[in-house]
Write a protein that binds this ligand. Structure first.
Ligand SMILES: Cc1cc2nc3c(=O)[nH]c(=O)nc-3n(C[C@H](O)[C@H](O)[C@H](O)COP(=O)(O)OP(=O)(O)OC[C@H]3O[C@@H](n4cnc5c(N)ncnc54)[C@H](O)[C@@H]3O)c2cc1C
Length: 182
């Protein structure tokens, strides 16, 4: 099953869950399940957990996972899922078995589906693609790109009238004085 289906409550899991992928989504779904008292194991192919997550938030997610007894395995690649629910893995190059698990939750990354973009572009020239439809990133990025397009449409200017404030790091309009309130 996929992480988003678990987080949206579309699928319930059994008590023993393997989460594949420890990016922000994997960490979030692992925490969500651990808080529900599931026995969570999270495996990550690289040597780092939560890459892309804000440091302070990641610290508390890691604390929660450890306190709730979740098992975090880095440098581990899932090779195959066996019929009995166990998982064949490679950990730092060494083969091994994990589990068995009742469910495997995949959080190994997203790719945009641009089928609809191609269809629309065949009918109309000015189709703007923003947010995760370009590439899955963050809500902040999606909102910024939406604001850029909205401003460009409103003013019919091609260059977006936004810049990043050096003092407070918010994106501000270049058209008037910045009040410091974002
Ligand atoms: C578990 C998780 C945690 C996250 N946490 C953070 C975080 O803490 N901070 C952060 O900045 N970002 C976070 N993100 C990323 C953030 O959610 C996304 O980057 C952001 O939602 C992208 O916005 P969007 O509008 O491009 O896409 P979405 O928010 O995915 O919105 C797209 C919408 O379009 C709808 N849709 C899709 N296809 C069609 C269609 N054919 N017709 C009509 N509607 C359609 C979808 O149902 C959806 O409602 C997280 C993502 C996940 C999955």
């Amino acid at each position: 099953m996929f992480a988003r289906d678990v987080l949206l409550g579309r699928h319930a899991t059994g008590p023993r869950v393997l989460v594949v992928g420890a990016g922000p989504v994997g960490m979030e779904v692992a925490e969500y399940l651990a808080v529900q008292k599931k026995q969570v194991t999270i495996v990550e192919f690289t040597d780092r957990f939560g890459v892309g997550q804000e440091d302070g938030h990641l610290y508390w997610v890691m604390e929660t996972l450890r306190n709730l007894g979740a098992v975090l395995l880095n440098c581990t690649r899932v090779e195959a899922i066996e019929a009995d629910g166990s998982d064949r893995i490679q950990r730092e190059g060494q083969p091994g078995l994990l589990g068995p698990f009742d469910n495997v939750v995949l959080a190994a990354g997203y790719e945009p589906n641009d089928e609809i973009v191609q269809q629309l572009r065949a009918r109309m020239p000015a189709v703007q693609v923003i947010g995760d439809a370009v590439k899955p990133r963050s809500a902040v990025q999606a909102i910024f790109e939406a604001a850029e397009v909205a401003r460009a449409i409103q003013s019919s200017r091609l260059t977006p009238p936004f810049t990043k404030c050096l003092r407070c790091s918010t994106f501000v309009t270049t058209r008037g004085p910045h009040t410091g309130r974002g």
